[in-house]
Design a protein around this ligand. Structure first.
Ligand SMILES: *[C@@H]1O[C@H](CO)[C@@H](O)[C@H](O)[C@H]1NC(C)=O
Ligand SMILES: *[C@@H]1O[C@H](CO)[C@@H](O)[C@H](O)[C@H]1NC(C)=O
Length: 473
């Protein structure tokens, strides 16, 4: 007798990065559970629609290997509606609740089967009551690390129960966080927690997290064992935590320009420092010159992904038409033998390359996991979001990174000097073999985690069992 299909609904945040990550998680689940269908209503905002559509089109292409049991649900389109809230992405998500309900109901009618639960992106907790409307439990997909999850929960608890307002208490130089061994310096607390308007948003998020059945965390238990143990101790009124990463999308760039990789092929093993600052990372001309001087001064081989900043909040960088215009005079000629300046770079393929010996990174969690996966030691240069926290985690807690800076914030407009950058690069490439050894260990653990019997594999099994039985009681 054919088993009745079981359904889960994943609610992604309207950005390609978050959507990709959810689709990868869905692929993992349906691959292991042959009666499972995962439906993903695709929410887009005006600024992300084009990129999201490019990605979903690629999934629908005839050569796509997407399992047909991962279903992208397209929502009724209102791009032409001038009242659509373009300003606030959280308001946009909120406004999509009726459409999501409609799309999920239609899908259930179409494919039959039992809906077992919802998994919401960490920024989509306003959808919790949609799941409630269907009478099924909610889980969160947390796309950063376990230590940071602990920080969000602790910050909300401090605020709600102990009257500590981080936006006010400037005299608090550091905080004790249950998921960190060391005290967290105020200078690496993400800006959203220090700003009144955003602090209320992140505290609401944390309160919503506590209402759910569980939190799937894109991390590896062995990597963040201290944080995972603390969250699992049952002490802090935290929902069950499932460390099931690293969820990465390493295949995305196979078709990229091969000239960078050819150049890397010609470099000695571990000799190249790779600089790349994420999909939003770009610096002004003054900062670009400091980085260029630092690279020349360090004498190390390098590959530098250099992109042109665009004015406006959340505008993605573009490519330079003529990169010489921002670089010091004659720079490209002088470094021709040892370095490459490129625009967008195929990050995963570069990190996988044996000639890459260090990674100067903005410490986005995705990039952090990729670097760990490939065992490449890092130098931290955070820019926005929770990246300062991640930098602290990498430098002080896990000791796999050195710092250019841990506390840099894009909005400060500060210029990091060539001397400081050069010191960071030298330290990354010349000192402390133990960082490399630890990175290698984490890399092996990360790769083992998703194999049969590995810690993340077991978490996925456990989550599946829990969510499927949750509705039965
Ligand atoms: C992570 O990076 C890879 C490539 O480096 C990209 O394909 C993917 O979309 C990114 N994921 C997130 C969650 O940002
Ligand atoms: C690029 O800019 C440099 C420096 O301003 C200039 O010397 C060079 O001719 C430019 N190259 C092209 C192709 O425009």
């Amino acid at each position: 007798m054919a088993e009745q299909p079981q359904q889960l609904v994943f609610i992604p945040f309207p950005s390609v990065g978050h959507l990709v990550s959810m689709v990868e998680l869905a692929k993992l689940l349906v691959h292991r559970h042959t009666t499972l269908v995962v439906s993903i209503p695709v929410i887009t905002s005006l600024s992300t629609a084009a990129a999201v559509t490019r990605y979903t089109d690629s999934l629908a292409a005839p050569d796509s290997d997407l399992n047909p049991r991962v279903k992208l649900l397209h929502l009724a389109n209102d791009d032409d509606d001038p009242s659509a809230p373009a300003g606030s992405v959280l308001a946009l998500i909120q406004s999509q609740k009726p459409r999501v309900t409609e799309a999920v109901s239609a899908e259930l009618t179409r494919s039959g089967g039992r809906l077992a639960g919802f998994v919401h992106d960490m920024f989509c907790t306003s959808m919790l009551d949609v799941a409630e409307g269907f009478g099924v439990p909610s889980y969160i997909y947390f796309t950063s690390g376990a230590a940071f999850l602990g920080f969000i929960l602790r910050a909300q608890e401090l605020h709600d129960q102990e009257g500590v307002d981080l936006t006010e208490s400037k005299e608090l130089a550091e905080l004790a966080i249950p998921t960190l061994k060391h005290h967290l310096p105020r200078k690496v607390i993400p800006s959203s927690f220090l700003n009144k308007e955003w602090a209320s948003v992140v505290h609401t998020m944390a309160r919503d997290f506590r209402k759910t059945k569980g939190i799937l965390v894109n991390t590896v238990k062995e990597l963040e064992s201290y944080a995972v143990d603390s969250l699992s101790s049952g002490k802090n009124n935290t929902p069950k935590v499932y460390p099931l990463g690293p969820i990465l999308n390493l295949k995305a760039e196979e078709n990229s320009d091969g000239s960078i990789l050819q150049w890397l092929d010609q470099q000695p093993e571990y000799s190249v420092v790779f600089l790349c600052f994420g999909s939003m990372g770009a610096f002004n001309a003054e900062q670009v010159k400091e980085i260029a001087c630092a690279l020349e001064g360090s004498g190390h081989r390098f590959l530098w992904s250099l992109r042109r900043p665009v004015q406006g909040a959340w505008a993605s960088p573009t490519e330079y038409e003529n990169v010489s215009e921002v670089l010091p005079e004659g720079f490209l000629d002088r470094i021709r033998e040892v370095g490459r300046v490129t625009g967008w770079a195929p990050q995963a393929a570069v990190l996988a390359h044996r000639s890459v010996g260090g990674f100067v990174s903005h410490c986005g969690w995705n990039s952090t996991l990729e670097s760990l996966w490939f065992g490449v030691p890092m130098a931290t240069w955070p820019m926005y979001a929770e990246q300062q926290f991640n930098a602290f985690l990498l430098v002080e807690e896990l000791r796999v990174a050195t710092e250019v800076r841990m506390d840099y914030r894009t909005e400060s407009g500060e210029i990091v000097s060539a001397e400081e950058i050069e010191r960071g690069i030298r330290s990354l490439m010349e000192e402390d073999c133990s960082r490399k050894t630890r990175m290698k260990e984490f890399s092996d653990q990360a790769k083992g985690a998703l194999m049969d019997g590995g810690s993340s594999s077991c978490s996925i099994t456990e989550f599946f069992r829990d969510v499927m039985s949750a509705g039965d009681v």
